[in-house]
Design a protein around this ligand. Structure first.
Ligand code: 5GP
Length: 216
């Protein structure tokens, strides 16, 4: 009998441009039993994005219906568009004993923490304000107004950093990935997350008793 890895919602938040989406994808790509929570959004797809893979791209009416029917675990307006986590993305993963990574903003992170108090909350910091601004300029899809909006939003997101369990600075992508992966792995080993730990150790103790009994 082996100890079951705990099901774990992992929230990654950061100002736009800090690299959290790339980090979230790396975590999923490099672990078989880690899945990405695909959000619904009313923003249009960017070039290269695929519906149902990067996001569920929906219109306002559909998003309204999702809220009405209580289909969203959390939702928020970010940069003037609505984004939300389908409740099923989390509950399915938990039922399957998997780790699910949520790439969401701070408003959403707070809602998830309330609903799933044992969620792991990680904040990704850019190495500096200048680097954050530079990364946002480098995005082909960002218009000037949009870039300004994201910079303003970054100020507010940064204020929430102390609400998170862990903070990782994304200066070097591989290094930041290694830190996040280590944090997640450590959480997998926490005794208070291992639901079948008692049963497992009871089984071991019973086996040991048997070994002792048969010993000369
Ligand atoms: P982008 O439009 O650049 O993909 O994402 C903009 C922001 O919305 C990012 O900070 C991203 O983490 C956040 N976001 C994406 N999905 C969700 C979601 O389901 N809920 C919330 N609250 N924020 C989200």
């Amino acid at each position: 009998m082996t100890i079951q890895r705990p099901a774990l919602p992992v929230v990654l938040s950061a100002p736009s441009g800090a690299g959290k989406t790339t980090l979230a994808r790396m975590l999923v790509d490099r672990h078989d039993d880690v899945v990405f929570s695909i959000s619904a959004t009313t923003r249009p797809a960017r070039p290269g994005e695929t519906d149902g893979q990067d996001y569920h791209f929906v219109d306002d009416n559909t998003f309204d219906r999702m809220i009405e029917h209580n289909k969203l675990a959390e939702w928020a307006v970010v940069h003037g568009r609505r984004y939300g986590t389908p409740r099923q993305e989390i509950t399915d993963a938990i039922q399957q004993g998997r780790t699910v990574v949520l790439d969401i903003d701070v408003q959403g992170a707070r809602q998830v923490r309330k609903m799933f108090p044992d969620a792991l909350m990680v904040f990704v910091l850019p190495p500096s304000a200048r680097e954050l601004a530079r990364r946002l300029t480098g995005r082909a899809s960002e218009e000037d107004l949009e870039r300004r909006r994201r910079l303003d939003n970054a100020r507010n997101e940064l204020r929430a950093v102390s609400e998170f369990d862990y903070v990782v600075v994304n200066d070097d992508l591989e290094q930041a990935y290694t830190e996040i992966a280590s944090i997640v792995r450590a959480e997998w080993s926490r005794s208070d997350r291992l639901r079948d730990l008692d049963e497992h150790t009871r089984g071991m103790i019973a086996e040991l008793d048997e070994i002792i009994r048969q010993s000369p």
